[in-house]
Ligand binder design. Sequence first.
Ligand code: ATP
Length: 312
Amino acid sequence: MELVPTYATEPGSEGDDLYIRCEDLFKIYKTANLEVVALRGLDLKVRRGEFMAIVGASGSGKSTLLNILAGLDTPSAGRCYVGGQDLLTMSSKEMVRYRRRQVGFVWQQTGRNLVPYLDAVQNVEVPMVLDGVPPREAQERAVRLLEMVLMGHRLHHRPEMLSGGEQQRVSIAVALANNPPLLLADEPTGELDSVGADTVYEVFRTLNKELGTTIVIVTHDPDIAARVDRVVAIRDGRTSSEIYRRVRFEGTEAKVSHEEYVLVDAAGRLQIPREYLDELEIHDRVRVILGEGRIEVLPDGRRRVRPRGAAW
Ligand SMILES: Nc1ncnc2c1ncn2[C@@H]1O[C@H](COP(=O)(O)OP(=O)(O)OP(=O)(O)O)[C@@H](O)[C@H]1O
């Protein structure tokens, strides 16, 4: 039985490495007398097999982006390719197939992920049965997936007999039932205690490593930078900065460090972190000077901004 994800053909992707490419993405929600711009020119690239997270203040557009990547919502404008498939031009039939085979989704509310009167194995079998997988094969695969998410000892428990963390691990197995190359999770640990959250992240990392699944998580978890390979921050519907986790070995000891970057979008715009703007009392404009191997940003011609770590 094959547990390695099946990838879509990728005519639109740049090389083998890139799995998600969003450029200048807009989402505008229109209600009776109001327009809300949830995404305003968002750029995002995610490598195949990456394990990354998206953070940002409430209302910054995280769930909107995740819903678009999941094929649950359509963008208003821009470009968005997942596995080379153009999410803006997909027919509704292609979208149904995409949702069923190409992407798995885990919601924060466990009740939304699982059928309450089915046990763990039966829950994982549901997406496979809907996709026409023979019952015996579906059952074998469900058991194998539940073992991978550390639920092999609870195969025939219904959701009500499981802890919140255990329910989320079953939900992850359900999301991976049809072998999707991409797993999306919206606040998967939002309702869990720290022990439950730790195990869920451990499971995500195992699946990422063993199945090669690309994993994108939306979260408010303050410790997220230590748990994933890259954290991208969204501000006002645009990606603003990202943090990379670097693991370096000194002998046998692993040293983990983090590097923070501010993103430059396709138009050359960058978002300076709010705390920097506040500290230097920058309101509407700055002076920008091209120096030797760097760009200097000066608050309106009065004070010189010293880059972090610079000698002067
Ligand atoms: N279906 C909708 N109709 C109208 N406005 C919406 C809809 N969904 C989201 N919005 C608005 O779009 C903006 C972005 O919402 P979104 O849920 O993506 O933010 P978020 O970063 O996920 O927030 P949170 O962390 O609170 O979940 C918000 O202003 C929200 O009110």
